[in-house]
Design a protein around this ligand. Structure first.
Ligand code: HEM
Length: 392
């Protein structure tokens, strides 16, 4: 599993440099091999990303899900299973994310954003990631899974440590923190077995109630699914909120426009989700030799579907590096495509739109006071954004 390298993964990055690299790759070598992080193909064009994600018979999810490869022991459905094995687990969570359910979450999300944002704005300055965006998605997750405050706090701590270990590529720590998340998931399952809740209201009780051909789902797979659900929705909103803040600080005219016209928030959010797509390293593995983007991918080769790049592909988005609110319907890959497309997207959009609206209603200006600290693969976005906030 090695090829002549087409590019080198940079040791250090800033907020803009990944976009410059991906633009260069889209022009020169849209499917590009790198030796770093175990060796992988970076798939950078929108069309190729969609092909890899929809042709799951050729590109399986059962081997490696992110670049760099995180070697943990168990497969976690639904993301780690190809169809049809993924479907019962996916349906179990989808049920809680229908448009009617999301509508019901609105007042709660609004209050949750206000509680955390007002506290941060009152400080007058600080790191929006540490003081706000690390905390908010976990509060939402805790409510979504009806966690008790002790488990919610533990997930907040362990989730943050897991994220840090991933950023630093400290794989021993990563395994240890992953085990700690498994332990929380196992406790939650035991609790729901002992104290069953209404499966129509409680996602864990619903997973336990699923029957396929009359059989309950296997215990180890339920555990894996819950472990995945507990983390998957936390990381992207954390870095993405940091990216939104950097954009507003760099473009006070866009901030002012949203303050003046809160009705533009939904379309502005879509444009920001396009420009600063938080995932670049979700992965698939080729089952057999196949041609893609002029390259021969060998059986067993991992491919990273670089969403962060596909959303700036000039073939699909004219003036791709420019913030424009007149694009109309857009074909974003921010939330993936195909059988694993993010079921949490409506909830994520609700949380992020509420954040963008309240941030631009409650502040007149954001000023960056330090260079942001950046995440690494498999994410894109800042880990810290120090700001001075001018309240309205
Ligand atoms: C900005 C926020 C988010 C982004 C950008 C995002 C993005 C993604 C992407 C790209 C995938 C597909 C990965 C792949 O095909 O390999 C995915 C899967 C998934 N996401 Fe999200 N996500 C976000 C928030 C959330 C939230 C809030 C939840 C929970 C409610 C969630 C739950 C999931 C689950 C369960 C999967 C696996 C789905 C499956 O395999 O069928 N995500 N997400």
């Amino acid at each position: 599993m090695t090829h002549d390298p087409d590019f080198v993964v940079p040791e250090t990055e800033d907020f803009d440099s990944p976009h410059a690299l991906f633009k260069e790759l889209r022009g020169r070598c849209p499917v590009a091999w790198a030796e770093e992080m175990g060796g992988f193909w970076a798939v950078t064009k929108h069309e190729d990303i969609c092909r890899v994600l929809t042709d799951w018979k050729t590109f399986t999810t059962t081997v490696q899900n992110v670049v760099p490869r995180v070697a943990t022991t168990q497969r976690r459905p639904p993301l780690h299973l190809d169809p049809p094995g993924n479907i019962p687990y996916r349906n179990a969570i989808l049920r809680f994310l229908s448009p009617a359910r999301i509508e019901g979450w609105k007042p709660m999300v609004r209050a949750m954003v206000a509680e955390h944002l007002d506290r941060y704005i009152a400080q007058g300055k600080g790191d929006i990631c540490e003081d706000f965006s690390f905390v908010l998605p976990i509060a939402l997750l805790a409510a979504f899974f009806r966690l008790n405050p002790k488990d919610a706090e533990e997930i907040r701590r362990v989730g943050a440590e897991f994220n840090m270990a991933l950023q630093r590529q400290d794989f021993d720590m990563l395994r240890e923190r992953s085990d700690a998340l498994y332990a929380i998931a196992a406790r939650l399952i035991e609790d729901r077995k002992a104290n069953p809740q209404d499966p129509d209201q409680d996602p864990v009780s619903n997973l336990l109630a699923v029957r396929v051909d009359g059989e309950a789902l296997p215990d180890d797979k339920i555990l894996g699914a819950l472990r995945q659900f507990l983390l998957v929705g936390i990381i992207a909103p954390t870095t993405f909120i940091g990216s939104m803040a950097i954009h507003l600080a760099r473009h006070p005219e866009h901030h002012a426009e949203l303050t003046e016209r809160p009705d533009l928030v939904p379309v502005a959010l879509e444009e920001l989700l396009r420009l600063y797509t938080p995932y670049r390293g979700f992965a698939r593995t080729a089952r057999h030799d196949v041609e893609l983007g002029g390259k021969t991918i060998r059986a067993g080769d991992p491919l990273a579907v670089v969403f962060t790049s596909g959303n700036r592909d000039e073939a699909v988005f004219p003036e791709a590096d420019t913030y424009r609110l007149d694009r109309g319907e857009t074909d974003l890959v921010t939330f993936g495509r195909g059988p694993h497309m993010c079921p949490g997207a409506p909830l994520a959009r609700l949380l992020l739109a509420e954040t963008l609206e309240q941030l631009t209603q409650k502040t007149a200006r954001l000023t960056l006071t330090a260079e942001p600290e950046m995440t690494r693969w498999p994410e894109y976005g800042p880990l810290s954004v120090h700001l001075v906030l001018t309240p309205r």
